[in-house]
Design a protein. Structure first.
Length: 142
């Protein structure tokens, strides 16, 4: 999807435009569950731009990543690797004005998913160890 789409936080103080991928993914890790209050549903995006006065606040959740939220209403907005290229972010699915445009096609950290729910449909599933191995291989290639 090369189309630019729009979205915003709950209070509207943080508005964005982005070039999203075609599908959403879900993370079941404990850190994402604490951050979102549920599962983290997100879309990988390029060329993300925010309004100039957006009160974005960042929390460095690990050595390699940060989680960004609205400093006014607290809405979680995106996750990014600290070494990610400028404008590349993994945006919260529900921050998009039209979140239903994105089918959920993958689930990561499936081994940390609570047993009390399940997503409908067929998705690609990866354990935490598989995700970490995949990222380690990508870093090794770069």
């Amino acid at each position: 999807m090369s189309e630019r789409l729009t979205g915003k936080c709950l209070c509207g103080a943080c508005a964005f435009t982005a070039e999203p991928g075609d599908a959403a993914g879900v993370c079941h890790c404990g850190m994402c569950r604490k951050w979102t209050g549920g599962i983290n549903m997100a879309v990988q995006c390029k060329n993300v731009t925010w309004n100039d006065d957006a009160p974005l606040k960042a929390y460095r959740s690990s050595d390699w990543a940060e989680r960004v939220f609205c400093g006014t209403c607290g809405s979680n907005l995106f996750w990014r690797a600290v070494d990610a290229p400028e404008g590349e972010q993994i945006l919260a699915l529900m921050a998009f004005d039209e979140p239903e445009r994105f089918p959920v096609t993958s689930e990561i950290f499936i081994d940390e998913k609570l047993s009390t729910y399940a997503l409908a449909g067929d998705t690609k599933k990866m354990t935490g160890a598989e995700v970490i191995a995949m990222f380690a291989a990508e870093v090794g290639e770069g």
